[in-house]
Ligand binder design. Structure first.
Ligand SMILES: [Zn+2]
Length: 350
């Protein structure tokens, strides 16, 4: 069946991938078969395309891309009880080893054995169908669209970050970076009770999209303005209780403590391929709590509920759609990183 294949760094093709049918399409008793509907293009997919690797994960063989997905159940295994053919679903892309120590401790996201879609050597789901465990497949309420459901995966990162921050009602937060992850983090921080989010970027169009999401989001263009000075000015000199770093830029990460309030929390979300400057003294005098997140663990049900109830609206983040037949072009456009786009999605034929 036709799949979007990353042949090697810089080379994509839409072609048959017969190996998938043999190796990954066998339906186990607790699996479901899903017809894919919508797949979001993630920064990680684009990075594999442009760089051929992310840290230790290297594309050494052709790999199907895509991990932010929604679709419809078309077949269920003999022991499946919660899903049936026709159910609309979204899927969590990482499948941990249920017997691993990390899984048994409740932190399966850091299980080194986790098999995560479109992370070499595991194939992604830019293909017509896939087989997935029932336990990592989540039924959608009628009022959640396929497009919104394909946003659950990035939203789960924001919800996990907000959970780790232990936000209290009325906290002020800084979100560094107005890309897709920064924006879902800002929405998650507000939904968790923040009074205000100071959102930073150096691309004005991204800040404008961010500011349009809520009157509680204050955009700050850090190309022209000092973040810490502005935050201190607007918080009676106290600072923000929470700082989320969602750029992955070493320069931004070097500035996490100056806007942080005493006793505040920093959550590092953006991936850093190399060691970064960390001002231990600035952290100490604030008694700062520093949290790191890696993907998320069991956040999908919360995300689906928040989209369904209207507590979080991800629709404004979906800025472009492509047909599956135009997938290669979609990735070329995504790789050019248009400043006015947040999330691009690919729709598979019905
Ligand atoms: Zn993603």
């Amino acid at each position: 069946m036709q799949s979007l294949v990353l042949e090697r760094q810089g080379e994509l093709s839409l072609r048959d991938f017969p190996q998938i049918d043999r190796e990954e399409e066998v339906l186990g008793p607790r699996d479901v078969r899903i017809k894919l509907h919508t797949v979001g293009i993630c920064g990680s997919d684009v990075h594999y395309y442009t760089h051929g690797r992310i840290g230790p994960f290297v594309v050494n063989a052709p790999m199907i891309l895509g991990h932010e997905a929604s679709g419809t159940v078309i077949e269920v295994g003999t022991e499946v009880t919660t899903l049936k053919p026709g159910d609309r679903v979204c899927m969590e892309p990482g499948i941990p080893d249920p017997n691993s120590r990390a899984t048994r401790l409740g932190m399966y996201n850091v299980d080194p054995a986790v098999r995560f879609w479109a992370t070499p050597p595991v194939h992604g789901i830019l293909r017509p169908t896939c087989v997935h465990p029932e336990a990592f497949t989540f039924k959608l309420p009628d009022n959640v669209s396929f497009a919104e459901a394909a946003m659950v995966e990035p939203l789960a990162v924001g919800i996990h970050a907000a959970t780790k921050a232990r936000i209290k009602p009325g906290d002020n937060a800084v979100v560094m970076g107005a890309g897709p992850i920064g924006l879902v983090t800002a929405l998650s921080a507000l939904a968790a009770g923040c009074a205000r989010v100071f959102l930073t970027d150096i691309a004005q169009p991204k800040l404008e999209i961010g500011a349009s999401l809520s009157p509680a989001i204050t955009p700050i263009n850090v190309a022209h303005e000092d973040l810490a000075a502005r935050v201190l000015r607007e918080t009676d000199g106290w600072g923000a209780e929470v700082v989320f770093e969602a750029t992955g830029s070493p320069k931004a990460a070097a500035g996490i403590f100056p806007p942080l309030a005493p006793g505040g929390c920093v959550v590092l979300i953006g991936g850093q391929p190399d060691p970064i400057a960390y001002d231990a003294g600035a952290a100490m005098v604030r008694e700062a709590r520093v949290e790191n997140i890696f993907r998320y663990a069991h956040a999908f049900p919360r995300c689906v509920n928040m989209i369904a109830s209207g507590a979080i609206d991800v629709k404004p983040l979906i800025t472009r759609r492509f047909d599956f037949k135009d997938s290669v072009q979609a990735f070329e456009i995504a790789a050019s990183a248009p400043a006015g786009d947040v999330k691009m999605q690919i729709e598979l034929p019905g």
